[in-house]
Design a protein around this ligand. Structure first.
Ligand SMILES: *Cc1c(COP(=O)(O)O)cnc(C)c1O
Length: 398
């Protein structure tokens, strides 16, 4: 009997909507690709996008910028992080997060995670006390949103400023409130593998007028900041425009227009992602040797990826299992791998950081954690095939 194989790539995105392609082409015909290169009375695509994203997110101010990682480092800067400061961060995250902390000259203090992939609240309190850190860069890693009511309480009690990394939670909510609306500033990514796709790109959002003005000027607005779409009044800029360094990192018109064409489809795409996630969750969680943490009912997530634990395999068997799945077309990643691979790495592989701690709980959870992308080019039937292959291969070890 020949074994079934899965044929679709795990990294194939959907096409850009025709309207976006048309509009991007028109912009190229004009040659005016820069967001400030406008005709009299013309509104830039970037500023329209900022207004539209701010409305959708339910936030006052929004800056479109060069990448998600750029938005994070800028968020840290405008919140006042200085070289040598300590920034708390959940240890289950991806490389741009510690990179952003390093970029501003600060030092990460990694916090343990719990069985549900959330930041561990007890360890957060312990580390706040022991480090005296005044900033938390909270990464909603792989779309898992921790108890935001408890986190905001712990942080406000200790005067800790929260910056949210929403690279995986654009469109997710906690208690009906969108992720990104709990901290002082939030960062989003529009890089190809996130929820809207401009190749590269990102947003910084906040309700704080001063921080918004600083972020806009620092993104490289020169004195053209009034060409932005979701900004505070002029007098706020007057007080901040000369004391904010220009860290050039703007978004261009083509990326902006491509994103504008996708934003109206985002809510529907979230439903599509969640149908695929639900199908995978049902099938995978019924397999012996797989466990998937249940999600809290206050969390509305976007199922653009799925994480599951393989509870019966040891660290020497997992790579063989992953390789066997790959041979049959199912591309899984392992967060427990010693060796960083592709986009996946573990916190203890970022050796440019001094005094990397030994986080036993996090390492133990990640050692069993398998990660799988769910592109929207998959259909529900694909989920059955994928789950069958995973179950099949896992079965060979149980
Ligand atoms: C992708 C990502 C970022 C950064 O986004 P870029 O746009 O690629 O710079 C930040 N945090 C997490 C968790 C990410 O996955």
């Amino acid at each position: 009997m020949t074994e079934i194989r899965f044929k679709k790539p795990f990294t194939q995105q959907e096409p850009i909507p025709e309207e976006g392609i048309r509009s991007a082409t028109n912009i190229m015909r004009t040659g005016r690709l820069h967001r400030y290169n406008l005709e009299p009375k013309e509104q830039s695509q970037a500023s329209l996008l900022e207004r539209e994203f701010a409305n959708w997110q339910g936030v006052k101010y929004c800056l479109a910028c060069a990448s998600g990682g750029y938005a994070i480092q800028l968020a840290l800067r405008v919140c006042g992080v200085k070289p040598g400061d300590k920034v708390l961060a959940n240890a289950y995250t991806l490389a741009p997060v510690p990179g952003a902390i390093h970029n501003v000259g600060a030092d990460p203090i990694f916090v343990e995670i719990d069985e549900n992939y959330h930041i561990d609240l007890n360890d957060l309190e312990t580390k706040i006390q022991s480090s005296k850190a005044k900033f938390l860069l909270l990464s909603h890693m792989r779309g898992h949103i921790a108890d935001m009511d408890k986190i905001t309480l712990i942080c406000s009690k200790n005067d800790v400023i929260i910056v949210e990394d929403c690279a995986h939670t654009m469109g997710s909510k906690w208690r009906g409130i969108r992720s990104g609306n709990f901290g002082k500033v939030a960062a989003f990514s529009t890089q190809t593998y996130k929820h809207i796709n401009s190749g590269e790109g990102g947003f910084l959002t906040t309700n704080d007028p001063k921080l918004a003005a600083k972020a806009v000027v620092s993104s490289g607005s020169y004195m053209l900041y009034n060409r932005h779409g979701a900004i505070p009044p002029e007098e706020i800029f007057r007080n901040n425009r000369l004391n904010s360094p220009n860290y050039s990192g703007r978004m261009d018109q083509i990326r902006a227009t491509i994103l504008r064409s996708q934003l109206p489809n985002l809510e529907n795409n979230i439903l599509r992602w969640n149908l695929l996630y639900e199908a995978l969750f049902q099938k995978l969680s019924s397999i012996t040797g797989i466990s998937i943490p249940l999600r809290k009912n206050k969390e509305s997530y976007v199922g653009s990826s799925i994480q599951f634990k393989v509870t019966n395999l040891d660290n020497s068997t997992i790579p063989k299992f992953i390789e066997a799945c790959l041979q049959r077309g199912v591309d899984l990643k392992w967060f427990g791998d010693q060796e960083p691979k592709a986009f996946t790495s573990r916190y203890d592989s970022w050796t440019y950081i001094d005094d990397l701690p030994k986080l036993k709980k996090t390492l133990s959870i990640l050692s069993q954690t398998i990660d799988m992308r769910i592109p929207l080019t998959f259909e529900e039937n694909d989920c059955s095939i994928i789950a069958e292959i995973i179950g099949n291969e896992l079965g060979k070890y149980c």
